[in-house]
Every structure is written in structure tokens, then in C-alpha cells.
Design a protein around this ligand. Structure first.
Ligand code: NDP
Length: 293
């Protein structure tokens, strides 16, 4: 059984990013990412901090806008418009979820698609469906695909079952797996909460991508011997034996599923580190496309 280390593959992606940043620096260009956070959700705050830190570690220009929870839709749109017009910024990300009074879809549509490094703008969603390489693909599924490629998992002709149909993970994951080329060419089934007899479907899978949001949901009985399992889940479960009182687990019951697998990603240390690495990679891509370098 192969444990696919996201930490290792993310390290490789970041090394590639560093090389590209040096190349751009020689041309007098520094890729810039702006991360906008509205409100004080602790998990979102932690994500924004780690994105900002990763940018700085790599030598990217990083701007962090932390706006109060009372920020109006118009005020937020004004910040986005300002960032759209800022030549030092090549990537813009508005951390999800914003407070309930914000129309998130309208905010995403206001981001210049050329700077939409999260890949949520309708133009980029369309480009993914069209297999247009100038588009931006959401970082988490892009990271999952890269993990499969780096782990030497053949997707061509494989039956891949994606559990989850969100716009952030499940749907773009399915599009990537069915696209032509490396990390694609799979036969894809997408399952969700309305799927009848999930186990009958997942047991046919060569590759399972679990993006459900339920701790330990995918059990040994769902998986056939020799399957490859990518666990996207990040769930907090209470654990009084740890000082912080919780630990992070995936959507897969790792201990019982792993022994049946040909390869599996752990949580933590699997998909999580890939997401941020792909964000850096998307920011550099945006910079290169905008500057033509
Ligand atoms: P969503 O809640 O948006 O989507 C969950 C999906 O799972 C939905 O499509 C839902 O179906 C489906 N689902 C729920 N229950 C079942 C069930 N019993 N059987 C089959 N399908 C079910 O979550 P996200 O896609 O945003 O995230 C999924 C997980 O990935 C979460 O744990 C999240 O924390 C994690 N995540 C991790 C990231 C990372 O960097 N590693 C980044 C983003 C997310 P339906 O559509 O019918 O409701």
C-alpha cells in the first residue's frame, strides 16, 4: 500500500514555483496575491494567514485585506474593483464563506477572471469544461489531480468515482478526471447525497475521490481491494486527549480503508498542503498570463 504524501508533492510544486518566481524576478516582475477576508470566522482567518505566510515565504507580493463582519456588499465590491485595477496584484481570492448578508456569487463575478486564482468565476468554470488551458482550475481538485499524476496512478481508462458535487471540489474534480490528457481520460461517476446504493457504485471504482465533509464516512465496505483513495475531507472531531481539544480527520475511515488500497492519501498531510501549493502555482500562472512573461 502506497501512502501518497501531499506534503512531499506540495514541496515539489513549491520548488517549481520558486524557480518561476526567480525567472520572473530577473524580468523585474513579482507575482502578487490579494486575499480578502470578511468577518472573523476562526477557520477562515487561519486559512488566510497560512496563504499570506506561504506567499511571503516564497517571495510573492502578498496583500491581506481583513474587513469587519459589518462590511457591506458595496464596500466589498469596491475592494475587489480596486484589486482588479491594481497592476501589482495578479491573483485575487475572497475567502469563503463570507457573512450571510454578502452575495458570494456576485462577489465572485466581480473578480477579473484573469485574476480569479480560485477558479470560481463563471468564465473559468466554462474554460475548465471547455478544456481551455488559459483558465484557472479550483486549487483543491487541481491538487488532487497532481497527486494522482505524481503518484504514478494511471487515470486513463480508469473508473473514477467522485463523491461530492460542490463547485469547489466535486464538480471540477469530475471535469478534470474526464478531460483529455495526463491525470484525465477517466470514466467518471459523480455521487452525492441523493445517490442510491453508494457502496455498489464505489466498489466499482479504481479511483475514489471523497469530498463529502463527513468524518470517516467512507468505510472498508465501500472500497474494493486495490482501489486508489483520495481523501479531500477536513473535519474537526473532538479529542480531549489533545491539548487543543480536537483533531483533524478526513472523510475516509483511514484505518479500515487503507489496508485494502493500492494507494491512499492521509489526513492531514494529503490533499490539504496541495491546495495552498496550487494557489501559489495559479497566482504565478495568472502573473505570467497578465504580463505575457
Ligand atoms: P460541500 O458540503 O459543499 O459538499 C459535500 C458534498 O457531499 C455534496 O455534494 C453532498 O451531496 C455530498 N454528500 C453529503 N452527504 C453525502 C452522503 N451521505 N452520501 C453521498 N454524498 C454526500 O463540501 P465541499 O465540497 O466544500 O467539501 C468537502 C470536504 O472537503 C469537506 O470536508 C471540506 O472541509 C473539505 N475541503 C478540503 C479542502 C482541502 O484543502 N483539502 C478544500 C475544500 C474542502 P449534495 O450535493 O446532494 O448535498
Amino acid at each position: 500500500m502506497q501512502i501518497i504524501s501531499g506534503t512531499e508533492v506540495a514541496g515539489k510544486v513549491l520548488t517549481e514555483c520558486t524557480a518561476q518566481i526567480s525567472e520572473l524576478a530577473a524580468a523585474g516582475i513579482r507575482p502578487g496575491l490579494a486575499v480578502v477576508l470578511v468577518g472573523d470566522d476562526p477557520a477562515s482567518r487561519a486559512y488566510v494567514r497560512s496563504k499570506d505566510k506561504k506567499c511571503r515565504d516564497l517571495g510573492l507580493h502578498s496583500v491581506k485585506h481583513e474587513l469587519p463582519a459589518t462590511t457591506t456588499q458595496e464596500e466589498l465590491l469596491a475592494v475587489v474593483r480596486e484589486l482588479n485595477a491594481d497592476p501589482a496584484i495578479h491573483g485575487i481570492l475572497v475567502q469563503s464563506p463570507p457573512p450571510a448578508h454578502i452575495d458570494e456569487a456576485a462577489v465572485v463575478r466581480a473578480i477579473d477572471p484573469a485574476k480569479d486564482v480560485d477558479g470560481f468565476h463563471p468564465i473559468n468554470v466554462a474554460k475548465l469544461a471547455l478544456e481551455d488551458p488559459t483558465g484557472f482550475v479550483p486549487c483543491t481538485p487541481l491538487g488532487c489531480q497532481r497527486l494522482l499524476i505524481e503518484a504514478g496512478i494511471e487515470t486513463k481508462g480508469a473508473h473514477a468515482v467522485v463523491i461530492g458535487r460542490s463547485m469547489i471540489v466535486g464538480k471540477p474534480m469530475a471535469l478534470l478526471l474526464m478531460a483529455k490528457g495526463p491525470g484525465g481520460d477517466a470514466t467518471v461517476t459523480v455521487a452525492h447525497s441523493r445517490t442510491r446504493d453508494l457502496g455498489a457504485i464505489t466498489r466499482q471504482a479504481d479511483i475514489i475521490v471523497a469530498a463529502i465533509g463527513r468524518p470517516g464516512f467512507l468505510k472498508a465496505e465501500h472500497v474494493r481491494e486495490g482501489a486508489v483513495v483520495i481523501d479531500v475531507g477536513i473535519n474537526r472531531v473532538e479529542d480531549s486527549s489533545i491539548e487543543k481539544g480536537y483533531r483533524i480527520v478526513g472523510d475516509v475511515a483511514y484505518d479500515e480503508v487503507a489496508p485494502k488500497c493500492r494507494a491512499i492519501t492521509p489526513v492531514p498531510g494529503g490533499v490539504g498542503p496541495m491546495t495552498i501549493a496550487m494557489l501559489m502555482s495559479n497566482t504565478i500562472k495568472a502573473c505570467r498570463q497578465i504580463t505575457g512573461k
